[in-house]
Design a protein around this ligand. Structure first.
Ligand SMILES: Cc1cc2nc3c(=O)[nH]c(=O)nc-3n(C[C@H](O)[C@H](O)[C@H](O)COP(=O)(O)O)c2cc1C
Length: 217
């Protein structure tokens, strides 16, 4: 983090940030604003600015949340990768409504996203899988994500098994592992301000068009 960024951090806490929300034109898309804020977060020195919470709901309506890493985003949506047999994936299969949350604390910014999920293409998943380090690729085979361990050494044993199995050549992309794309229909940008008079800008998608409005904090 640069000296300027550290000073901005100190100023930011409890005071409201020096930066206000940018002026938005009527045709600004949330993807454009997200791009600006994500770049600010990357430059701020925050560890893992791409970390986001994903909330899913099971068939009974019980919500659950966990952190994942954003790996891609554009006008089509926000992508993360995981095990398709994990708890989250089962819930997303049952109920495709999802919420994402980013919190960039030193910038006093939060972004809330609501939308529906779909699986990314097998090719997209395979390409990303093969871009990961070899240990993570083998680890994806070894982990039965979200399932109970039969005994304490099970994971270690499974890792050794797959390390041996895939000791030569490319680690194949497992069909149970891939990406989910969240296609947003509502995005709120929250900017902390002094006296708790925070800025909130909401984008809502109706008939494929984004509309904007502001909310009381
Ligand atoms: C910062 C952070 C990033 C994470 N990124 C991922 C990720 O990209 N994909 C993933 O499957 N799990 C990731 N995890 C682990 C998940 O939070 C979670 O423990 C795991 O996916 C199992 O969740 P589930 O049982 O609800 O499916 C991450 C955890 C943390 C703390």
């Amino acid at each position: 983090m640069t000296l300027f960024e550290k000073m901005r951090c100190l100023f930011t806490f409890g005071q409201g940030v020096a930066l206000s929300l940018p002026e938005l034109s009527a045709d600004t898309t949330p993807a454009q604003l997200f791009e600006q804020w994500f770049n600010d977060a990357k430059q701020s020195g925050i560890l893992l600015p791409e970390a986001m919470s994903v909330s899913s709901c099971n068939a009974d309506g019980q919500p659950s949340s966990r952190m994942v890493l954003l790996k891609d985003y554009d006008e089509k949506g926000f992508v993360f990768f995981t095990n398709y047999a994990s708890r989250k994936s089962h819930e997303l299969d049952e109920n495709n409504k999802v919420a994402l949350l980013f919190h960039w604390n030193v910038l006093q910014r939060q972004v809330r996203i609501e939308g529906i999920v779909e699986k990314v293409s097998i090719q997209e998943s395979a390409d990303y899988f093969h871009s990961r380090d070899r240990g993570s690729q083998v680890g994806a085979w070894a982990s039965k994500q979200s399932q109970k361990l039969k005994h304490d050494d099970e994971l270690k044993e499974r890792m050794s098994h797959y390390q041996e199995k895939f000791s030569q050549g490319q680690v194949p992309h497992p069909e149970f592992w891939g990406g989910w794309r969240i296609k947003p229909h509502a995005i709120e940008f929250w900017q902390g301000r002094s006296n708790r008079l925070h800025d909130r800008i909401c984008f809502e998608k109706q008939n494929e068009q984004w509309t904007q409005h502001k909310l009381h904090p």
